[in-house]
Design a protein around this ligand. Sequence first.
Ligand code: C2R
Length: 164
Amino acid sequence: MSQPVVGVVMGSNSDWPVMCKAVEMLEAFDIPHEYQVVSAHRTPDLLFEYAETAQDRGLKTIIAGAGGAAHLPGMLAAKTIVPVLGVPAVSKYLKGVDSLHSIVQMPKGIPVATFAIGEAGAANAALFAIAMLANNDPALAKKLQDFRETQRQAALNMKLPPEA
Ligand SMILES: Nc1c(C(=O)O)ncn1[C@@H]1O[C@H](COP(=O)(O)O)[C@@H](O)[C@H]1O
């Protein structure tokens, strides 16, 4: 795959069941991407290096997922002007509401675009990154329109009650 334009990072490999939904979406749209564990708490030096090199390495967006005291997206945003899309991971005890509140309440001046808790948030963060890339890529814009159309048809074809 060519040089990554979207970076997907997560605080722990325990976030993978959520964050793989972002990776799967990027793969479905053939977006060059990379993914790895980066933690503001456990690997702060790596976080700084990741953020400081992101723009020069060609990343156009970073999707960052973390749970609990989810400082990863905000600290990345503090260190780079590459747009950061935050995904609240589902946490064990507070079910991701803690992650959501940690990510969404950024101080004025350092934005993190915050998505829904869990799998839908991860998939939507990837779709949002794709939509931003599609602004300058007509072929990708067409793919995104086709995706919407497929989804629309699937909803129109839904039967009630749902089949088992
Ligand atoms: N929130 C963060 C950060 C961070 O914000 O940098 N680093 C790890 N974590 C989170 O800790 C949770 C538990 O991690 P473990 O399962 O490894 O104990 C994960 O959801 C991770 O995102």
